[in-house]
Design a protein around this ligand. Structure first.
Ligand code: ATP
Ligand code: MG
Length: 150
């Protein structure tokens, strides 16, 4: 097998959906074993209080103040993966984590021995350009192949 585990960095954007479809093709033609879709929820984007975020950044332990439960975030990602992949979605492992996307993608790939990262060139952000900040950072720092889907 060319690739054991493909990590798809998934933010529910159109390009991330295309990244999922590309990863599915790798599996379908026998080039890869399995797919993990990782979605990072930046606490700053899901309504955590500014106080909690700032305190944590300053190194204090603060209680988890996430207003939206993990189950809800997971269900939201699962629905999007289902819509993008249809029946094949059941073969994709979905992982939801809290933190900065680029760091979590790189760490997950490293910790779990992923051997290919597939992601979109852009995501949900509005600013135009070749690469978003997440794809730019992952491409720059990954020590495994990164496939960027336009
Ligand atoms: P920016 O976020 O810098 O304003 P953008 O949203 O257009 O710009 P990125 O966020 O870099 O661009 O998105 C590029 C790709 O990175 C996405 O298609 C997706 O594959 C991945 N990605 C982005 N955000 C996340 C996230 N929160 N969790 C997992 N993967 C993500
Ligand atoms: Mg983005």
């Amino acid at each position: 097998m060319a690739y054991k585990t493909i990590l798809v960095a998934y933010d529910k954007s159109e390009q991330a959906n295309r990244a999922l479809v590309a990863a599915r093709e790798f599996v379908e033609v026998g080039l890869a074993d399995k797919i993990v879709a990782l979605t990072a929820f930046d606490p700053r984007e899901i309504g955590e209080s500014t106080f909690a975020v700032t305190a944590r950044m300053a190194g204090f332990e603060v209680e988890d103040t996430h207003p939206r439960p993990d189950e809800e975030l997971f269900a939201e990602v699962k629905d999007a993966v289902d819509a993008a992949l249809g029946d094949f979605a059941s073969e994709v492992e979905i992982v939801v984590q809290h933190g900065v996307p680029q760091g979590l993608v790189l760490k997950y790939a490293h910790d779990h021995g992923c051997d290919l990262i597939v992601m979109g060139s852009r995501g949900l952000g509005a600013i135009q350009g070749l690469l978003g900040s997440v794809s730019q950072a992952v491409l720059q720092h990954a020590d495994i192949p990164v496939l960027i889907i336009k």
